[in-house]
Ligand binder design. Sequence first.
Ligand code: CAA
Length: 241
Amino acid sequence: MAGRVALVTGGTSGIGAASAEALLAAGYRVAANFGANEAAARAFLGRTGIPVFSWDVADGAACIAGVEAVEKALGPIDVLVNNAGITRDAMLHKMDAGQWKQVMDVNLGGCFNMCRAVIEGMRARRFGRVINISSVNGLSGQAGQTNYAASKAGIIGFTKSLALEGASRNITANVIAPGYIDTPMVAAVPAAVMDDILKTVPAGRLGRPEEIARAVVFLAADEAGFITGITLSVNGGKYLG
Ligand code: CAA
């Protein structure tokens, strides 16, 4: 929507980068947050012209400062895409508390921190679009991902609650649950494991980041104001629950 401001966390690679680019193409003024990968962020900025901002979404104070910096540069944030996420896969009997905490702090804590940082402004302006990126594995579960699946399922309950809170202020909150998408995160899965996973995808292929970005742009639209609290699966048929 011409002139509206969108912020995408984890926005310089994978699903986040595709979402930021799609929002730009749709007429939004876009900012992309990133964590630590300076080289990827510089390449993304060079390729797209989308300004990049570095902070750790697991750090609440850093999120507040980051939102202030984005709003100073572009104006009040209308659309927040919480995409930043990590995996620390291990079977539970081999998982340590650090692997649990890191994933919960970034994936679910980051969602809280970022929503908290923008929500008062959205309420005051009586407009907001919050889009939280969950995962098929938050719906279906996945061996080796008790931490990740818990964080991604948590995002769904969080988002439904925020949807109820925001509805009277024209703030929508929705989840997108991607399946296995062709991103660096999925590329890190051992090849033999990935071959087995692909056999369980009816579409018979990985999704493309652009196929998630299309859902982001759909939910971000002014015209999507009556869609709130949903979980939109984009997973090639892998899980239909
Ligand atoms: N279901 C049930 N049991 C499984 C299993 C599965 N899918 N995969 C492995 N196991 C079992 C093995 O059979 C084995 O059992 P036994 O000890 O009884 O023989 C046991 O688990 C240990 O297997 P490994 O020796 O292979 O275990 P490991 O510790 O080397 O590796 C793992 C385990 C790290 C979880 C590895 O299997 C893995 O990386 N799996 C991929 C997990 C995954 O899908 N991650 C998604 C990342 S992408 C993403 O998250 C994006 C998104 O949103 C979709």
